[in-house]
Write a protein that binds this ligand. Structure first.
Ligand code: NAD
Length: 282
């Protein structure tokens, strides 16, 4: 039996239809077009790809997208002034600080300066803190994409053995809290787990496996339990091709559902970003 492949695109199309309607409603309410502004300070090829996809999705939805290129040698003070001026600008509904920032800038301090009411990626400590208690309106877009994928297959998370590999602040950590709130038994593995030689043990018991590590085809099918749901968040370049953190060919032999790379979670992230933007306008 072929393992069903979970394409992000199909879900993205449905969500976009809903968002288009919301854009029209908000336009009438606000008397202007909802607007997202992205601040970019570093010259980075991955950021360029991300920016292009933001612009494309915004255009499809009728959202105003603006990007502010700051000089690469901007001081922390001046960066924070730019953020504060966007905080005050009433024509701007959401602000995204494109990471990575140049090395001399402190990304956490920068995010602290952003108004939580304009924090479209849900990374301000106040928004992340809300995750502790419940499912807030604004959650990091990639995490929202993973949750939408799990909803799509109507899986009951209660009591499920969920294993997340990767504990980053934008994916693994916030995702672990959301899944805990849904009463999944949530294990978070990371570099320390591998270092201790325990990764295989955790992978073997996973009924749902979510991987965000950043290493091409790191997880092989031979490590997985039969019937596992595999969500691959990784996006890596290998010989000029995009591949995930999961070895798709071997993993699909074990999985009951699997997301592809590209075309899986990555196709949902920019749409979830725009969903956050609209929530900020409401
Ligand atoms: P990161 O790069 O900040 O951190 C990597 C994580 O992997 C850490 O928790 C680290 O401990 C863990 N790790 C590294 N080596 C390991 C090993 N040998 N064994 C176990 N764990 C190990 O993570 P990130 O920013 O979440 O990015 C991870 C991947 O997800 C990247 O490929 C990135 O491009 C991708 N990503 C995709 C999207 C999307 O929209 N699809 C969004 C964000 C990130």
């Amino acid at each position: 039996v072929e393992c069903p492949i979970l394409y992000g695109k199909n879900i993205a199309v449905k969500i976009e239809e809903e968002l288009k309607k919301q854009v029209e409603v908000q336009k009438r309410k606000l008397g202007r077009t909802p607007q997202l502004t992205t601040i970019v300070a570093a010259e980075d090829s991955a950021s360029k790809v991300y920016l292009a996809s933001q612009a494309k999705v915004a255009a499809r939805l009728g959202i105003e997208f603006d990007f502010q290129k700051l000089p690469g040698d901007i001081s922390q003070d001046n960066l924070e002034k730019e953020i504060q001026s966007l905080n005050r600008n009433q024509a701007v509904d959401g602000v995204l600080i494109q990471m990575p920032l140049p090395a001399h800038l402190d990304p956490k301090r920068a995010i602290n300066f952003l108004s939580p009411d304009k924090d479209v990626e849900g990374l301000h400590p106040q928004n992340l803190g809300r995750l502790f208690f419940l499912e807030p309106k604004i959650i990091p877009p990639t995490v929202a994409g993973v949750m939408a994928m799990l909803e799509e297959i109507k899986i009951d998370l209660r009591g499920k053995e969920v294993v997340i590999v990767g504990h980053s602040e934008i994916v693994g950590k916030p995702l672990s809290l959301l899944l805990l709130n849904k009463l999944a038994t949530t294990t978070v593995c990371h570099i320390g787990t591998s270092g201790a030689g325990h990764l295989e043990m955790h992978l073997k018991k996973a009924e749902i496996l979510i991987v965000a590590v950043g290493k091409p085809r790191f997880i092989k099918g031979s490590s997985l339990k039969k019937g596992v749901v595999v969500i691959d968040v990784g996006i890596n370049k290998e010989n000029g091709k995009l591949v995930g953190d999961v070895d798709f060919e071997t993993a699909k032999e074990k999985a009951s559902f699997i997301t592809p790379v590209p075309g899986g979670i990555g196709a949902l992230t920019p749409v979830m970003l725009m969903r956050n933007l609209l929530r900020l306008t409401q």
